[in-house]
Design a protein around this ligand. Sequence first.
Ligand code: SF4
Length: 374
Amino acid sequence: MPSTSSSIYIHFPFCKTRCSYCAFYSQTDIKDFDRYVDALLLEAESRTSYLPDKNIATLYLGGGTPSLFPIQTIVRLMEKLSRLFNIQENAEMTIEVNPDDINSSYLSDLKKYSGINRISVGIQSFDDRELAAINRRHNSLTAKKALENIAAFFDNYSLDLIYGLPFQSVESYQNNLETALLFHPRHISAYALSVEQGTQLEKDLISQRMAIPGDDMSIQCYHITNKILGDNNFEHYEISNYALAGYKSKHNSRYWTGDNYLGLGAGAHSFNTTTRRWNFPSVERYIKSRFQYEEEQIDKKTALNEYIMLGLRTKNGVNLDFIDKKFGHEYKKTIERLSTQIPENHLIVDGMALSLNEDGMLFADKYASILFFL
Ligand code: SF4
C-alpha cells in the first residue's frame, strides 16, 4: 500500500554506445554533461512543491548510464538534493552502473562521498557471443571483474540478466545465472528479451542478420530462474525480480504500490497520485526549454487500472481492502466478481489479497485487462 514518504528518480540519458535491444531515450553525444547537470540542479529547485511529502525514502540514479558521470558531479547533485529535500537517514540510494565504467577507485569514492548505498549493474550475460550480439560494451571478463569490485565496497547490489538473447540456449542462460550467483548478489533482475519497435535488434531480426530463440525457450528460462534462485533463498517478488531477505528494491516496490515520485532530467516521469508529468525526451530541449513538461490528470479509473496492472506483476498482488478504502466499495465488488474469470490454477486468493502464482504471472497483462475498468 502507498506510504506517506516520497521518492526521487534522476535520469542520465547518455550512453557511450547504444545496445541493440534498447528503446530507452539516451544520446551518445556526451559533450553536454555539464550543462545537463546544471539544468538538473535547477529543475530540482523548481520542483520541490510537486511532492506532497518531502521525506525521501528512496533515490535512484538511472539511465542511460549514470556511471559515465564523474564522482564530483554525482556528489554535487546529492548535496543539492539533501538541501532541498529531507532525505531519510536510512534512505535506499541506488545508482545504475555499466561494468566497463567502474573500477575500485570509482566505487570507493562513490561509497565514501556520495551517500549511494546500493548498486544495480547491467550484466545481461556472461557469454561473449551473446553480449556482442546485442552490442553491449563489456565482455564476460569485465563483467566478472566489475562484480568483484562492487562486492568489495557494497553489500547491497543487484545485477540484471536477460534471457532469449541471440545465440543463447537454455543451457547458456542457466550458466549465466549460476555464474551470477558465484558473486553473491543480493538481488537479481532477470528479464525476457523484448523486441521493441525501431531498435537495431528489430532491424537485425527483419534483415535476418540475427535470430532469437522462440517463446518456449523464454518460458523455460523463466521457470529455471524461479527454481535456481528459489533454491538459493531468493524470493520471487515481482515477475522479473528476485531478492534475498531484506534486499528487495524499495525504490521499484514503491512504483508498484503507487507511491509519489519526482523524476528529474530529460524524459523523466513524475507521479503524485493526482497527476503524472513527463519531461521532453531530449537533452537539448530539456536544457533550452528549462525542463518544460507535459501533464495528465489521473482519474480514479486510471489510478485503479494502474494499481491492478502493476500489482498483478508482484507476489503481493492487489489488496481488496485497499481498493475498498481508496476507490470505493463498488469497485472492490466488481473486481471480486471479475476475478472469477482468471483460471483458478493461476490465481491465489489469500484473505483480501488477489495474486498470481508463478505460472499465472506469465499472463499478468492479460489477467489485468480482465479486471480493468473502462
Ligand atoms: S547502456 Fe542501458 S540505456 Fe544505454 S543503450 Fe544500453 S541498455 Fe540502453
